[in-house]
Design a protein around this ligand. Structure first.
Ligand code: COA
Length: 329
């Protein structure tokens, strides 16, 4: 019989040592610690300083920590899915590089869904487990956002940081991913993007015009994020008959504290149940939700109802309802 659920059975994260603080940013652009803190909730972010090292370095460190924690070898892993928007290269997935580093020849591929990448990948991994054909699936969220950010643009450089985290998914008959709601709407493409790729080949004009950097219309994105992320979180509660009291924790994408607050309010969930670590990492795109699971793991209890919610470029958004499967040691 196929397993009923896919459960997260371990989580681990990895961030570079270098901290880029709001005070450091005051020296780069016309901004202030006070503005950044009150408008976003961010105090500092981590940066992978070595320009020759890409997202795979973040991901490999996170996955090695995960394997250690779960006490398994790379060759035990039978699927790797890496959610990233900043792959090392355009051709060769970051998941492939992770597979090589940990010593598995299992299927591996990347998911490109910006800040919703991790929940998309989790939903996919969960269905692979439920097929009965996969027993140990590694889901990674990893991004080196500093590789696409213009540190002259105060509208965006204050928001992002680098990081990675990974979870192990295994079959379970009582606990795990119960439900997921995933959405996308490509009409948001001009409001949030990084124009690199086959339609935007490298040219002098592209680089001189600085079109290859991350671009967003912050105000519009903010409105879409609040509306869609909170609606997805509220909808998944409703369709699973969950009241605010039933929810133990909300683990939201960490883009802006005000977006997180609006989502929690719409769900009716108190601040004490909201997992927040935006102050120390900023927005790490695909990595925010697993980094948050890693930071808050010790608070979660076996059987806790946890809601994940995310919104990102595309647009992409969604929510996941899961029952936590273990008490951390
Ligand atoms: C980017 C964001 C923090 C800006 O906050 P905001 O409250 O919307 O601020 P606004 O864009 O309205 O700008 C207000 C003023 O602050 C200024 N400002 C913008 N960035 C600033 C900064 N870093 N420091 C100081 N002032 C800044 C603006 O120029 C503007 O000045 P003006 O009124 O003279 O034109 C916010 O819109 C946001 O978080 N958007 C969503 C971003 C996001 O989530 N992206 C990823 C998607 S997952």
């Amino acid at each position: 019989m196929n397993p009923k659920y896919a459960a997260i059975t371990a989580v681990a994260g990895w961030v570079p040592d270098h901290k880029l603080t709001n005070k450091d940013l005051e020296k780069l652009v016309d901004t202030s610690d006070e503005w950044i803190t009150t408008r976003t909730g961010i105090k500092e972010r981590r940066i992978l300083k070595d320009e020759t090292k890409g997202t795979s370095v973040l991901a490999i460190n996170a996955v090695n920590a995960l394997l250690d924690k779960a006490n398994i070898n790379g060759e035990d892993v039978d699927l790797i899915i890496c959610a990233t928007s900043t792959p090392d290269m355009g051709f060769i997935s970051t998941a492939n590089l992770v597979g090589e580093a940990i010593g598995t020849k299992a299927m591996s591929f990347d998911v490109s869904a910006a800040c919703s990448g991790f929940i998309y990948a989790l939903e996919m991994g969960s269905n692979f487990i439920k097929s009965g054909n996969y027993k140990k699936v590694v889901i990674i969220g990893a991004d080196k956002m500093s590789s696409v950010i213009d540190y002259k643009d105060r509208n965006s450089c204050i928001l992002f940081g680098d990081g990675a985290a990974a979870v192990l998914l295994e079959p379970h008959n009582e606990l795990g991913v119960v439900d997921a709601l995933m959405f996308s709407d490509g009409s948001g493409k001009e409001l949030l993007n990084v124009k690199r790729g086959s339609a935007f080949p490298y040219s002098e004009e592209q680089v001189m015009g600085e079109h290859h950097y991350f671009h967003q219309d912050g105000k519009s994105v903010f409105k879409h994020a609040v509306t869609n992320m909170s609606a997805a979180a509220a909808q998944i509660m409703q369709q699973n008959n969950l009241s605010a009291d039933d929810v133990a924790y909300l683990v939201p994408h960490q883009a802006n504290l005000r977006i997180i607050d609006a989502t929690a309010k719409r769900m009716g969930v108190g601040n004490d149940k909201v997992c927040i670590n935006i102050e120390k990492y900023g927005n790490t795109t695909g990595a925010t939700i697993p980094l948050c699971l890693w930071d808050f793991e010790k608070q979660f209890k076996k059987g806790d109802n946890i809601i994940l919610a995310a919104f990102g470029g595309g647009f992409t958004w969604g929510s996941v309802y899961l029952k936590w499967a273990y008490d951390a040691k």
